[in-house]
Structures are given as C-alpha cells and as structure tokens.
Write a protein that binds this ligand. Structure first.
Ligand code: 5AD
Ligand code: SF4
Length: 419
C-alpha cells in the first residue's frame, strides 16, 4: 500500500507541479520519506534517515515525511526533526500538492475521506498495476496500529477501480494487483450511495476486462473467506492462484486475545478447503510470535498449523509493542529472549518445509509473466501461483507471458528454460 501511495504522490507532483523523478538525493528539490509504523524498528529508522538526507540534500531542498508514522507522530516529527518541511499522513495522500506549497504543512487527519479522489496516473511497472480498492481498517486487532494511522475502512467506488484497470490495460498492463487492508471485506461501506457489491463480485466483474490476464490481491482476511469467495478464487482463470492468509497465531486463545475473529479450526478448515479446491494454489502467511501471554502450548499450535498448511511463503515477526494498541498494556509481555527462540524455531521449520516444496518444482511447467531484468543475464517474473522464476534472456521478454520448465529450483528463485 505504501508503494501505491508513493506512486500516487509522484503522479500528483508530476502532473500538477512539474516535478520529475531522480534517483540521486543530492540533486533532488524534494525528498519524500514514506514510512511504515507496523513495527517499532522502521519508526526509529525514520529519524536517522531524515538526518542523513539533511546532510546531503542541496540548499533549499524540502524534506517531507509521509505515511503511517506521519499519521501517528504528527507534529512531534517537527519537534524531533525541525528541518522537516511537511508531514503528510497515510490517507491524506491527495493533499501532497498542498503540502509541498505550504510551510510546515501537517496533514494527518485519519477521518479524511479520499475514497472518491481520482489520482493522476503514474506506475513503476508497465506490466503490473496496483489499484487501491479500500482504505483503512476497522478490525482493531489488539496488536495493530494500522486502524490508528489509516483510519476506518471505506471502499473505493467500483467505477473508479474499473476505470483504473481499463486505463492500465489500455497502456499494456497484463496484471492488476488489488490492494486493501481487508480486501475481502470490500463493499461493506462506501462514502456515497453505491450499488451492493462484494469482493467476489468485484473479482468476477474485473475479470471481464479484455486484455487483462491476471488479477492478484492482498490482503484478504481469513474471517471473510466464505465458500463463494473460495469458489470464485479457485474457478476464475484470471484470478492468480496465490492466496495470502495472515494466520498471526495458531492458538485459538491467542487469536481471541488478538481479536482476530476466527479460531485455529476455522483457519485450518479454510486453508485445507482451499488446497483441496485449488490444486496448484500457493498459500502465504504472516505470523507473530510472543504475543503477550503466549505459552509454549500456544506456540505449539502455531507450529501445528505451519505443519498442516505447509505455507509456500511465510513472513514472521516477533511481537512488537505499538502505541495506542490494546496489547501494549496487556500483562504477561514475553521476553525478547523467548521471542527470538520461538521465531528461530518457526523459521527453521518453515525453511525445511520450503526446501521440500522447492525440490518438488523440478520439471514442472509454469506460465510466467516476465517483469524484471536481473544480473548475469537473467530475466525474472512470477508464475500464476507467485513463484519467482528466472530464465536466461533479455529485455524483449519483459511484459511477455511464456511457458517455462523448471530445471534448477532454488530456495530464493526457481531457474528454468522457456519452452
Ligand atoms: N508486532 C509484530 N508484527 C505485527 N504486525 C502487525 N502489527 C504487529 C505488531 N505489533 C504484522 C502482522 C501483519 C503484518 C503486516 O505485520 O503479521 O499481518
Ligand atoms: Fe491491522 Fe488487523 Fe486491520 Fe490487518 S486486520 S490492518 S492486522 S487491525
């Protein structure tokens, strides 16, 4: 979502203020730092980053701090870093042109509604296009700061989404990537009168766009994975067979304390049903270890889900105490020592599973959309089920879909040959 927010800022600045992108901070008239606040570490990094840009920036160049940390720290950023020119929070992105023209501009209203704002157009990739379908989140999982930085959930009107998709496809995009904190809760609330439409309907309608080959999305919430959603996901040929299912914990007790709204049994039921409905699906997940009160038994439940679902990809984190969240004041906070041990056990097990999954890909054939030139003459892209695959080749493969046979599968990338 931050990548897309950055694209929106770039688009507005290019179109309305005549800015151009530069890769060299020393040359820039404006330096934008787009921040995350989900865990504590990136927040610390922000101030050292501002400091290093202050040292190298040219005279008169402005520095803007944007994103979730801008939302939640607000004018404290000016106090800690007086050389920052403006602070522009997530969900206030459309104010970027005002921000660059107003000294010490502060835009961090988390009730600001830009769901109907049609942003100017800019995309990093010609072949893959990110499209926001909702902003904010009102789930209030007890560990998570996002509802305090991105505000309540509002869906973006279907017409705006469809227009973005049509525009991107007319410019050559093959893939759209739908973004939201809880994409499969789409359609619960719009800020203006709107036809009833849910996420499964949205997928079906967008898949009718001619020339569009692939639809991806993130993140769906396991709680909203009803049968129809799993069915549309499995059957619609344009919907890529890669599902992110953020588990967070395998223990029903901890899930309750996290306010996730589902149990271990529900999660396993959905994941295993998905595996049975959709033979080639890849399932990725997010796991938090050492949430307050997590016992050895709770952690074993997480390991149990890992072994049963055998995720193709896992993002795992030590619980990080965040301001404004309920979990921050819970008793039984877990020591960093235990957290590190659990994270290690989890990651070692996942690597073992991954190595088995990777080895099984040898000689398999995948349809790959090539997107990226890599070193040593390789070109890389993603399979429908999101494996990173590379072949020897050059620019002319970019933006093309080709059938590839895997010859040498490695943990980080599957090497193959075009058929
Ligand atoms: N501590 C650790 N991980 C967190 N996440 C969200 N909040 C926290 C936190 N306080 C993780 C969740 C989420 C992912 C984007 O970040 O796993 O799915
Ligand atoms: Fe955070 Fe939970 Fe919302 Fe995801 S669903 S953004 S974890 S509050």
């Amino acid at each position: 979502m931050n990548v897309r927010d950055s694209e929106h800022m770039i688009a507005e600045l290019k179109e309305k203020e005549n800015y151009e992108l530069t890769q060299d901070a020393k040359e820039a008239d404006l330096i934008l730092i787009n921040t995350c606040s989900v865990r504590e570490k990136p927040v610390h990094k922000l101030f050292s980053e501002v400091g290093s840009f202050e040292k190298i920036k040219k005279n008169g160049a402005k520095i803007g701090v944007c994103g979730c940390t801008a939302s939640h720290l607000g004018d404290e950023i000016f106090k800690r870093a007086p050389n920052v020119d403006f602070v522009l929070g997530a969900r206030n992105v459309s104010k970027i042109t005002k921000a660059v023209n107003t000294p010490k501009f502060l835009g961090n209203d988390i009730d600001f509604d830009e769901s109907n704002y049609a942003f100017a157009d800019f995309r990093n990739s010609l072949y893959k296009t990110y499209i926001n379908i909702s902003i904010g989140c009102d789930k209030h999982c007890t560990y998570c700061i996002v509802p305090h930085t991105r505000g309540d959930e509002i869906s973006i009107p279907f017409e705006i989404i469809k227009n973005e998709a049509l525009k991107a496809v007319s410019k050559g995009a093959k893939e759209i990537f739908l973004l939201g904190q809880n994409v499969n809760n789409y359609g619960k609330r719009f800020s203006n009168a709107h036809e009833r439409i849910n996420f499964s309907d949205l997928l079906e309608k967008l898949s009718e766009i001619e020339g569009l080959e692939r639809i991806r999305f993130t993140s769906p919430h396991p709680l909203h994975m009803d049968d129809r959603f799993l069915e549309v996901f499995s059957k619609n040929p344009k919907v890529c067979k890669s599902m992110h299912m953020p588990l967070q914990s395998g223990s029903s007790e901890i899930l309750k304390a996290m306010k996730r709204g589902y149990t271990k049994e529900w999660y396993l039921d959905r994941a295993l049903k998905l595996r049975s409905m959709c033979k080639d699906v890849s399932i990725s997940t997010d796991v938090i270890v050492a949430f307050p009160g997590e016992s050895d038994k709770d952690f074993e439940d997480t390991m149990d889900v890992l072994e049963k679902v055998r995720f193709e990809q896992m993002f795992s984190f030590k619980y990080s105490k965040r301001p404004l969240t309920k979990a921050a004041t819970m008793p039984n906070q877990i020591s960093d020592d235990i957290a590190s041990k659990r994270l290690n056990i989890l990651q070692v097990k996942h690597t073992e599973i991954l190595d088995e999954i990777v080895a099984k890909q040898k000689d398999k054939e995948f349809e790959v959309l090539f997107e990226e030139l890599r070193s040593e003459g390789f070109v890389a892209g993603r399979s429908d089920n999101n494996f990173l695959i590379q072949v020897k080749g050059s620019e002319e493969l970019l933006g093309k879909m080709k059938k590839v046979k895997i010859t040498n599968p490695r943990r980080m990338v599957l090497n193959g040959e075009i058929l």
